[in-house]
Design a protein around this ligand. Sequence first.
Ligand code: BGC
Length: 369
Amino acid sequence: MIRAILLFAVLMNLLTQLASAEVSVADFDSIEVFTLTNSNGMVVKATNYGAIITNIEVPDRKGNVADITLGYNDVSGYMNAVDKPYFGSVVGRYGNRIAKGKFTLDGTEYTLAINNYPNSLHGGIIGFDKVVWDAEIVGDKAVKFSYLAKDMEEGYPGNLNVSVTYTLTDENEIVIDYHATTDKSTPVNLTQHAYFNLKGEGEGTILDHELRINADLYTPVDNILIPTGDLAPVDGTPFDFREAKKIGQDIDQTDDQLSYGGGYDHNWVLNREKRDGELELAARLYEPTSGRVLEVLTTEPGIQFYCGNFLKGNLKGKSDKPYVYRGGLVLETQHFPDSPNQPNFPTTILKPGETLDSQTVFKFSVDNE
Ligand code: BGC
């Protein structure tokens, strides 16, 4: 069942904050929150502001339900968040960094806003996380958000029609379908930026979670978090998650890559047995005290595992508990960072007449081990 709830109180709040808000007045009338529920009592809420997933409520092994994604109780929280954590949003037009905010396409150099000095991060100053999307309820289990990013918006070429559909299944899966078309060649890299803490949002760090990533290789970075272009083996490094291990196990090792990221903030190159475009398991996250499990499946070639190194405890979320250092982690299915400047990486250029179709599934369950 889907309920669309207009947030009148929130809107009034937003209207008093127009000076700091980064969307136009006309957009406010259409901000809504949609609630998806399934036959197991799982609840997912999403808003068309930034296509943000605001709540994911799932049971633990005893049947106790907790909200396991970081975020705020109202839209103004997302709009005014300090340090820009991108909680729950769809990031685009280009997820992750483009070096020095520059790329050349078909002989033309494009310049993007530098919002993460000296690079452009997550689509620029007003990325897809900060705009109001059109919303449409699809059937009784899905909501579809659509947005037209205009030619040269944030410096990117081409009018890009983009949509993301969230479907909640009775198998406790959030199925995320991205779709995009353009009228000029343009780089596109869309991902979901939900932060997870499987004990519950605000319940301490994620260092005790066990993670497996289905990848033999990762893309090392330089000291400004731009890939060097190498595909390096994880074997023998702290980046080896081929067997499940606690996130905290190797995170304090002396390692240049860990120091550049302040911990894990890297892209893994997913092992693929199936054909491109087919869903394959990318990562499995398990939290031993609750028994909650999250499996991430995707058609994308990479996954950015970011372990909340920039959270510092100054943000308080939905239950007024501080989001501490490494209090949430993000598993961003994606193409590789800085691909427009990296000839050896799979292309992220979408051309007129082509269609971008990408799917990611967040599947929740419990493990009784
Ligand atoms: C990036 C981090 C960045 C964070 C912002 C992640 O996707 O990899 O470097 O700080 O997003 O919340």
